[in-house]
Write a protein that binds this ligand. Structure first.
Ligand code: MN
Length: 238
């Protein structure tokens, strides 16, 4: 099996190495990742300029760093390496739950794979000032991949690990609670600025990704690329 590893935190993120180091037990691994952090850049692609791709080493992995977005990295990786079975994106330092999926570069890398006809799996875990404990998470990353890699009918998946998982839950995306707030601040000269923040929300619906992670479960959400509102379409079509 060929596994292409990407992320949005940049090629030197400890989450990327942790994921690649687990992935190697499932097959051949290559890394293509942004040369600097690209978090919250969503599914942007670079089409107005060429991209620089530089060979590097992450541990003993073949790796390429790109001055582009997470989606760029996956497009380049799938173009350069034939017959990739799955793109794994992450492990992101920070959760990608509910509405975050719209902004996530981590998920965008997996979506780019799906758009190009390859499977894509995004993996994320909360991170505060301290780095996540990837040694403790490792067996859960293994379990998630053992569960998901054989399920080839699932083209796009979003996985979130709580800090100390107790089990694994299949979930749906929580969409009703937006977690972005705009906070007025001032610059050092007293001029007003607006800061877009991500604040935790308390209320969660049972069965959703956020609910699962809050109760200590690894959340796995199968996704699709089609955003069509089938109910609305059926209404007007009828
Ligand atoms: Mn990130």
């Amino acid at each position: 099996m060929r596994l292409l590893i990407a992320n949005d935190d940049g090629i030197h993120s400890p989450g990327l190495f942790a994921l690649a180091d687990v992935a190697r037990q499932f097959g051949d691994v290559r890394i293509v990742a942004p040369d600097v952090e690209q978090s919250s850049m969503g599914h942007a692609i670079t089409h107005g300029r060429p991209l620089a791709v530089k060979r590097t080493h992450i541990g003993d992995f073949d790796a390429w760093r790109v001055n582009g977005t997470p989606a760029d990295c996956v497009a380049l990786g799938l173009s350069a390496w034939e017959k990739v079975d799955v793109v794994l994106s992450g492990v992101n330092l920070g959760p990608n739950l509910g509405n975050s999926m719209w902004h996530s570069g981590t998920l965008a890398a997996a979506k780019q794979a799906a758009l190009l006809g390859c499977r894509g799996i995004a993996l994320s875990t909360p991170a505060d000032d301290a780095e996540p404990d990837f040694v403790a998470l490792r067996p859960w990353i293994v379990k998630a991949l053992e569960l998901l890699l054989p399920r080839t009918e699932m083209c796009l998946l979003n996985v979130n690990f709580p800090p100390q998982p107790k089990d694994i839950a299949w979930t749906r995306q929580s969409v009703r609670h937006y977690d972005g707030r705009v906070v007025p601040v001032k610059d050092p000269r007293g001029r007003p600025l607006q800061w877009i923040t991500v604040m935790p929300v308390e209320a969660t619906e049972e069965g959703t990704d956020r609910w699962a992670v809050n109760r200590g479960s690894v959340s796995i959400t199968p996704l699709r690329l089609d955003l069509t509102d089938d109910a609305a379409l059926a209404k007007v079509a009828g």
